[in-house]
Ligand binder design. Structure first.
Ligand code: G3I
Ligand code: 9MR
Length: 568
């Protein structure tokens, strides 16, 4: 596979005009529209309507900023006043900059479908047929029946589920935040997702595509619950396999590590799913609720079992140093109380107050905060007001970052970790929840700014989503994309994005030294197969991308939160 070394164009520019960093999928007519241009050229910027060849707007940047995350000088031009649909291009000093972009009614519908279709491509245990998968059709791998229980003689049947990322493991903790986010997308925008489809197999009647897809992973999750109610941490081989297709990976697979955190993530999502599926499949919903309550009871009886990676296991750990299960208890109790109304779950929430951390796989506080802040009727004034305070305080902090940073990005310095692009998307979701609560336009614009970054308003002028935008990653760390003979990677995948951890660089690791010299977080990225620390893909990264794109698509098209009024 050709090795493409991507440098931030701002860093690689010698005599060419600065490249604009702009959302490469364009904008809805009523969206905030901003472009970032590295440098400090004082000349005004024209926005040219390509239909007429004439400028429809001339703007000057208010000031030259400097972005700590990349060390660049930049100018931000706002052309939100242009609302007419059409194809436009930027021009400065009589020279066109970058490529044409669109203002159109539904700029993010294809991205929404593509980001959700990707979960079908991640299905374990299924032949992906060409009529659904096109040129990325593949044979099934990992049937996972008779998977050994690690450390024991017995086996379990644990088929289906989504591969976690670029590897072929299936992980409960990462499934938790992922399934929660996708179920929220359905629940928040039913008018869109009751009918939106993206050509996947239909197995169940009355299931729209989004609930059909999520069910593939819910079924697997249910198989990971032990008879006593406890839930295993993951189903993987002992080691990561090479760059091979699923059907070529024949290593033995194990259900590993029953523990409190995985069991509570499971309990939360099963209770949430029971609420969402109850009208389309009551027996399935009942089964999930029973599993949820059994899991919660197991966790109450075993509150401090933290996953420890066995010495002969090297697949993903999904445990972090300051792990405790308090946030997972809150998350599970908020979902169980909403679905059952039982006092024991409300008592948990009263005794175990939320803190403002997360959301990421390692800290799910915000998932419970979303639930409680937006449902005062169920949770009462005291709990809901406390959750709203945390939510709006964080949304205000992010808005401040978004409106003052030199890339107009709602991002904290501490967000630059492995999977930084998912932190951007999750920040967008925090802002959207604040928008649902208050109707304040600043929050909606902040969410738009996060999607703008992921789709090109960044130092690489790169859309970080494979197959979407004029420039997108070609070499993700994703085994099926690497091992198939298809030139383009599987589409619709959000790569992890830049950060300075450099876990994939070093004598004992891969030689991903092309970004070794990067000393700024927003520049520490390489579009290379070996860079699993910046260029892998993962279900908990695609879920917030799909939520962000699907929510903005719905709102701009007049379908607001819970069928409220959108922006149309
Ligand atoms: O939370 C700390 C933060 O407090 C600290 O400031 C920062 C810098 O040291 O580190 C933060 O912890 C990081 C953690 O992610 C949360 O961001 C760890 O350093 C970092 O190593 C950890 O990376 C995880 C990675 O696996 C390695 O364990 C990623 O979050 C996680 O998404 C990734 O998940 C892998 C699966 O294990 C296997 N499947 C692929 C998947 C995606 O790469
Ligand atoms: O492919 C693995 C990826 O899914 C994980 O996120 C990453 C970190 O755990 O590890 C990758 O596997 C690499 C292993 O860690 C080191 N040898 C090369 C493997 C393939 O990239």
């Amino acid at each position: 596979m050709k090795k493409i070394i991507l440098l931030p164009l701002a860093a690689s520019i010698t005599s060419f005009a600065a490249m604009p960093a702009i959302n490469q999928l364009g904008f809805a007519p009523k969206a905030e529209k901003q472009v970032v241009i590295p440098g400090n050229d004082a000349s005004p910027l024209e926005v040219i309507d390509l239909k007429t060849g004439k400028p429809v707007l001339t703007v000057k940047a208010p000031y030259v900023g400097e972005w700590d995350a990349s060390g660049e000088e930049t100018q931000v031009f706002d052309f939100s006043s242009i609302k007419k649909t059409g194809t436009y291009r930027l021009r400065r000093s009589n020279e066109f900059l970058g490529t044409p972009f669109e203002i159109q009614e539904s700029p993010y519908i294809d991205l929404t479908k593509g980001a959700l279709k990707w979960f079908y491509y991640q299905r374990a245990g299924l032949n992906l047929e060409a009529k659904y998968a096109g040129k990325w059709a593949r044979a099934k791998g990992h049937p996972d029946n008779k998977a050994k229980v690690y450390g024991e003689k017995r086996t379990i049947d644990s088929p289906k589920g989504w591969y976690d990322a670029g590897d072929y493991g299936k992980y409960i903790v990462n499934s938790g935040i992922t399934v929660f986010t996708l179920l929220e997308l359905y629940e928040h925008f039913p008018k869109t997702f009751d009918s939106l489809s993206w050509n996947i197999p239909t197995e169940h009647s009355k299931h729209p595509d989004l609930l059909e897809e999520i069910r593939w992973n819910l079924d697997w999750m249910l198989s990971m619950q032990d008879k006593d109610g406890g839930v295993f941490h993951k189903l993987t081989s002992l080691k990561f396999c090479g760059s091979i297709m699923p059907e070529q990976d024949l290593a033995e697979r194990f259900a590993i590590g029953k523990n409190t955190v995985a069991t509570l993530d499971f309990a939360a999502v099963m209770a949430q799913a029971a609420y969402v599926y109850k009208n389309i499949d009551a027996p399935y919903a009942k089964k999930m609720l029973s599993a949820a309550e059994k899991a919660y009871a197991w966790a109450k009886a075993n509150p401090k079992i933290i996953y420890e990676q066995p010495s002969d296991v090297e697949t993903g750990s999904y445990v972090h140093k300051s792990e405790d299960a308090l946030d997972e208890f809150r998350f599970a109790a908020s979902e169980l109380y909403r679905t059952t109304g039982k006092k024991e779950y409300l008592d948990e929430l009263k005794q175990n107050p939320f803190n403002p951390n997360g959301p990421w796989w390692g800290d799910v506080n915000f998932l419970g905060i979303y639930r409680i802040a937006l449902d005062k009727k169920t949770f009462g004034d005291s709990l809901s007001n406390a959750a709203q305070k945390i939510l709006l305080n964080e949304a205000d902090n992010l808005t401040k970052e978004g409106d003052t940073s030199a890339y107009r990005l709602p991002m904290h310095p501490w967000n630059w970790n492995w999977g930084s692009n998912s932190a951007v998307a999750n920040n967008g979701i925090i802002l959207l929840h604040a928008y649902y609560l208050t109707g304040k336009r600043d929050y909606l614009d902040g969410a738009q700014q996060t999607l703008d970054y992921l789709l090109g308003k960044n130092p690489f002028q790169l859309s970080y989503v494979t197959g979407f935008g004029v420039r997108s990653p070609k070499n993700p760390h994703h085994r099926p994309s690497e091992a198939d003979y298809v030139d383009n990677p599987v589409p619709g995948m959000l790569v992890g994005g830049p950060h300075l951890g450099k876990q994939d660089i070093g004598p004992e690791n891969w030689k991903c030294d092309d970004y070794a010299q990067a000393n700024k977080p927003a520049l520490a990225y390489a579009d290379e197969r070996c860079s699993y620390a910046t260029n892998e893909v993962a279900i908990n990264w695609n879920a917030p991308l799909a939520y962000l794109a699907g929510a903005l698509h719905s709102i701009y098209n007049g379908y607001g939160y819970l069928n409220g009024k959108g922006l149309k």
